[in-house]
Design a binder for this molecule. Structure first.
Ligand SMILES: Nc1nc2c(c(=O)[nH]1)N[C@H]1C(S)=C(S)[C@@H](COP(=O)(O)O)O[C@H]1N2
Ligand SMILES: [Mo]
Length: 450
C-alpha cells in the first residue's frame, strides 16, 4: 500500500513555550525566528485575555506551515505545499478502516495553527445575550457527562479539484479525501449552555439570543487578522439529540493541536467549516455570525453566478451536508487486467440522514447494482436503526467483472431519498463547494497476451 504522497518537504523546528518566553513577548507583539532552512518564523503573542492574563502563543511561518506535536503526520499525507497547512490522505488509506486514524484525518486550516499550552489557565468565555456571562475552565467542561460521538467531518471543498475541471473555481484543491470519521469525546454543548443558564431546547434567550457563535484562537487573513468564527442556531445547540460537542478527545486520545487542542466544536451532519477548532469564546447573538466564513464563503451559488455578479447577501451560509459518496479503491485513471476488481468507498449524508443505498455502475451509468454497506465490522448496517451511527459515514463494497475499458460510477441515496446529482456541471459554483456529483473512475483493461 502506498501511504505517502509527498508534494513538498517541510522543515520546521519546534517553538515551545520555553523558547518563546511569553512574558517577554507581552511587550512586543511580534518576534521573528529564523530556522535552519532560512524561513522566517514569527512567534507571536496573539492573546492576553485582559482580566485573566491568559496567554496563548501562535506560531506563524514565513513560507511553510510549522510542524507540531504530531510531526509524523506531516510527512504521511498528500498536502498542499503552502501555508496554511492542509492535508488529505490517499484514497486507499482513507477507507481502510471505519474510524479514521488521527494521522490519516484530513487537516484544514485557514491560518497558522495556534499553540495553546497553558491549559491550567485556558478558559472559554461564554458571553452575549445571556444573564450571566461566564468563564468556563477545562474542568468545568470535563466535569460534565462525557459523550463519545462517532461523526464524519467533511470539508465543503471535498472533491473540488474535479469541479475545477469543468470551470475554474477558487479554493484549495481537494481530491476525495477531505473528510474523516472519528470518535469525538467531549461534553454536549447543550449541557455546557445549561451551565450558563440556558435550558435545553431553547430557541431564543430572554434577551433575544438566537444564535451561538464560536470564536477561535487562530487568526486568519480573511478576517483581517481576526479570529476564525462560525455560528449555529441556538435551538440546535441546546438540543441534546443534535449531539453538538465541545470535544477534548479524538479517537480516545487528547485532541491534538492540528485538530483543535484543547477544545473544539463538533457539529455533526454539518459542513466542517462550522466545527470551530481551538475554541476561545462562545457568543450568544441575535443574528447569524457575520464572520467571513459564514457570510463571504461556504455559500452555495448557482452556476450562473460569477465573481462579477456575485451578491453574497442573497444566500444563506451552508449548514447541512448533502448526500455524498466516492470510490476510494481506484484512482481516476486505472490500468488493470481483464477480470474482477474491488470497488470500495464511502457514502455519507448530512443532518443525521443515513445512507439508504449505494448504487454502482460499471458501464458509465447505464445499469446499476447495489453495493453492500457497513459501519462496524460484524454488524449489519441499516439506515435509521438505533445501532447505526447516524452522523457517521458508511463504507461500501462491490465487485465488478471488467472486460473492456469502462467508467465505474458510484452514487448514494440517503434516508430522505436524496440522490447525488449526475453531472458536476449542473452544480458548478464559483467557490467549488459541495461537489457531490456521481463519482466516476476510469478503468483501462490490458488484455494479457496469453
Ligand atoms: N479555528 C478554526 N476552526 C476551523 C477551521 C479553521 O481554519 N480554524 N477550519 C474549518 C474547516 S473549513 C474544516 S473543514 C474543519 C477541518 O477540521 P480538521 O482540520 O480537524 O479536519 O475545521 C473547521 N474549523
Ligand atoms: Mo472546510
Amino acid at each position: 500500500m502506498i501511504l505517502f504522497v509527498m508534494k513538498g518537504e517541510r522543515k520546521c523546528h519546534r517553538v515551545n513555550s520555553a523558547d518563546t518566553k511569553l512574558d517577554n513577548l507581552k511587550t512586543r507583539s511580534h518576534r521573528e525566528i529564523l530556522d535552519e532552512s532560512g524561513y522566517a518564523r514569527s512567534s507571536r503573542l496573539i492573546q492576553d485575555k485582559a482580566n485573566l492574563g491568559i496567554k496563548i502563543a501562535m506560531r506563524t511561518c514565513g513560507k511553510l506551515s510549522c510542524l507540531d506535536s504530531n510531526d509524523r503526520m506531516r510527512t504521511g499525507h498528500l498536502h498542499e505545499n503552502k501555508e496554511p497547512f492542509n492535508a488529505e490522505p490517499p484514497r486507499q488509506a482513507l477507507v481502510s478502516s471505519y474510524v479514521t486514524p488521527t494521522e490519516f484525518f484530513y487537516k484544514r486550516n485557514h491560518g497558522p495553527i495556534p499553540v495553546v499550552d497553558d491549559i491550567e489557565r485556558y478558559s472559554v468565555s461564554v458571553v452575549g445575550l445571556i444573564d450571566k456571562p461566564k468563564e468556563l475552565c477545562m474542568k468545568d467542561i470535563t466535569n460534565l457527562p462525557k459523550y463519545n460521538i462517532t461523526a464524519t467531518l467533511q470539508c465543503a471543498g471535498n472533491r473540488r479539484t474535479a469541479m475545477s475541471k469543468t470551470r475554474t473555481v477558487k479554493g484549495v484543491g481537494w481530491d476525495v479525501s477531505a473528510l474523516g470519521n472519528a470518535i469525538w469525546g467531549g461534553a454536549k454543548l447543550a449541557d455546557v449552555l445549561e451551565l450558563v443558564g440556558i435550558p435545553k431546547f431553547t430557541s431564543m434567550t430572554p434577551a433575544g439570543g438566537k444564535h451561538v457563535e464560536f470564536v477561535s484562537v487562530d487568526r486568519c487573513k480573511e478576517e483581517n487578522g481576526g479570529p476564525y468564527k462560525a455560528s449555529i442556531p441556538l435551538i440546535q445547540a441546546t438540543n441534546p439529540e443534535a449531539d453538538v460537542l465541545l470535544a477534548y478527545e479524538m479517537n480516545g486520545e487528547t485532541l491534538n493541536r492540528d485538530h483543535g487542542y484543547p477544545l473544539r466544536v463538533v457539529v455533526p451532519g454539518v459542513i466542517g467549516a462550522r466545527s470551530v477548532k481551538w475554541l476561545d469564546s462562545i457568543n450568544i447573538d441575535s443574528q447569524v455570525c457575520q464572520g467571513f466564513f459564514m457570510q463571504k464563503d461556504y455559500k452555495m451559488f448557482p452556476p450562473s453566478v460569477n465573481w462579477d455578479n456575485i451578491d453574497w447577501s442573497t444566500r444563506r451560509p451552508q449548514m447541512d451536508f448533502p448526500v455524498q459518496s466516492a470510490i476510494c479503491s481506484l484512482e481516476d485513471m486505472n490500468v488493470g487486467r481483464n477480470g474482477k476488481i474491488a470497488i470500495k468507498g464511502y457514502a455519507v449524508s448530512g443532518g443525521g440522514r443515513g445512507i439508504e443505498r449505494v448504487d454502482i455502475s460499471t458501464d458509465g451509468g447505464k445499469t446499476w447494482k447495489e453495493a453492500s454497506r457497513y459501519q462496524k465490522p460484524g454488524m449489519q448496517y441499516i439506515a435509521d436503526e438505533e445501532k447505526s451511527d447516524k452522523w457517521a459515514w458508511v463504507l461500501f463494497e462491490a465487485e465488478a467483472d471488467v472486460h473492456s475499458n469502462t467508467e465505474i460510477v458510484a452514487k448514494a441515496v440517503d434516508t430522505a431519498a436524496n440522490v447525488q446529482p449526475e453531472k458536476v456541471e449542473d452544480i458548478w459554483n464559483l467557490r467549488g463547494i459541495l461537489n457531490t456529483s456521481w463519482h466516476r473512475v476510469h478503468v483501462q483493461v490490458r488484455h494479457s497476451s496469453m
